[in-house]
Ligand binder design. Structure first.
Ligand SMILES: Nc1ncnc2c1ncn2[C@@H]1O[C@H](COP(=O)(O)OP(=O)(O)O)[C@@H](O)[C@H]1O
Ligand SMILES: [Mg+2]
Length: 369
């Protein structure tokens, strides 16, 4: 049997339908609609104050939407109190009980729910194994590292076997290196349990590393939803292009508009883009170019398109890569990154050098909004 074209995607497990939350007439969450699939790790990504926590609190039942619907597994959650929802929320400050051992911290919610003792013991043991803290069962939280405490908090949340896990800035309390390690551990644990997860973060690397899909939020609205690679490689708007990763944004005008290519004239260069766009000749557009998609050479490239002359103005060494700032003729700055594959490089570029930057016909993203 041949698959039907346009076969429906996996049915949505969590549906957020046109949800609004107003505080004193201010829309903290502004007509948000999202569909999340079972087993997904879904990230809400946006800067502080954009409404992420408010949206999460509505899922958990701590806030009531001003309008709109939230449906989990076919059931409308309106009017259902937090403790009846098959949802567990792990907070920004995951506050373990300091006077309780790891074991008792994990058992706490189960005891409160009145689960039989043998079942509690079984679940706690399973969780301890899952987060690899079996040896630490009798310790108190202050005798653990930050990352270990984080894993206890996760075990405590998962022990209740929620259908939906909500994580609000789960790793905010950890320092950078530990955070990166814990991100991967968390994903492995969440995937092993198979629980659907909505996480909130303002850290784009965290969203990229952990999530299967990301929703970029700004001022209460969702700007774009997609897998990490799609958000990074094909941002839909200037805001998303600029918000995710490093980017060079240029203003230009479409000077040739063909089905298979367009030419966009900017102050310092002419872009030849190897695909058509939804636009017309004479239209003002933005061009986004990621620093790692640009090459540097001392000799002028043969092609008159997709190149710019510049003078090295700043060099920032990051260890695994180096970022060069080139001053272009118009005065604009072009950021170019090169990975440091070799330890010593001959003919290293230095301040004041005149160089050519060039890039391929598929390096650009043309932005019409
Ligand atoms: N209970 C509340 N009362 C009034 N305003 C609130 C309340 N909760 C959040 N807000 C406001 O809503 C906006 C979004 O907040 P929040 O959801 O916490 O953002 P984020 O988690 O993305 O940082 C902010 O402007 C915040 O001040
Ligand atoms: Mg928040």
């Amino acid at each position: 049997m041949t698959p039907t074209p346009h076969a429906p995607a996996a049915p949505a497990y969590l549906q957020i339908e046109d949800v609004v939350k107003e505080f004193d007439g201010y829309k903290a969450v502004n007509h948000v609609s999202l569909e999340i699939t079972k087993g997904e790790i879904f990230a809400l990504l946006g800067s502080s104050g954009c409404g992420k926590t408010t949206l999460l609190r509505m899922l958990a039942g701590f806030e009531t939407p001003t309008s709109g619907r939230i449906v989990l597994n076919g059931q409308d959650l309106a009017g259902m109190p937090p403790y009846e929802r098959p949802i567990n929320m792990m907070f920004q400050s995951y506050a373990l009980f300091p006077h309780l051992t790891v074991w008792d911290n994990i058992a706490f919610g189960l005891k409160r729910d009145g689960l039989p003792r043998d079942q509690i013991a079984e679940r706690v043991e399973t969780m301890l194994k899952l987060v690899q803290l079996g040896k630490y069962a009798r310790r108190k939280p202050h005798q653990l590292s930050g990352g270990q405490q984080q894993r206890v908090a996760l075990a405590r949340s998962l022990a209740k076997r929620p259908q939906l896990m909500l994580l609000d800035e789960p790793l905010g309390a950890l320092d950078k290196k530990l955070r990166e390690e814990t991100q991967i551990e968390l994903v492995n644990i969440i995937e092993e349990v198979g629980v659907t997860c909505v996480m909130v973060t303002h850290d784009q690397e965290e969203a990229m590393t952990m999530a299967s899909r990301i929703a970029v939020m700004s001022e209460g609205r969702i700007l774009q939803v997609g897998p990490p690679g799609e958000i990074y490689e094909t941002p839909a708007t200037r805001f998303v292009a600029d918000f995710i990763g490093n980017v060079n944004l240029m203003d230009g005008v479409v000077s040739a508009d063909e089905p298979d290519h367009v030419v966009i004239d900017c102050a310092d260069c002419r872009h030849y883009v190897g695909h058509g766009i939804t636009g017309t000749k004479g239209m003002a557009v933005g061009v986004a170019l990621r620093p790692e998609k640009i090459q540097l050479t001392r000799e002028a490239p043969g092609d008159e398109f997709n190149r710019a002359r510049g003078k090295v103005k700043d060099i920032a060494y990051f260890g695994s890569f180096t970022v060069y700032h080139l001053a272009l003729p118009s005065g604009a700055v072009l950021k170019v990154s090169r990975s440091n594959v070799q330890r010593h490089r001959d003919h290293e570029l230095t301040w004041g050098d005149d160089v050519w930057a060039h890039w391929s016909r598929s390096a650009h993203v043309v932005l019409t909004q």
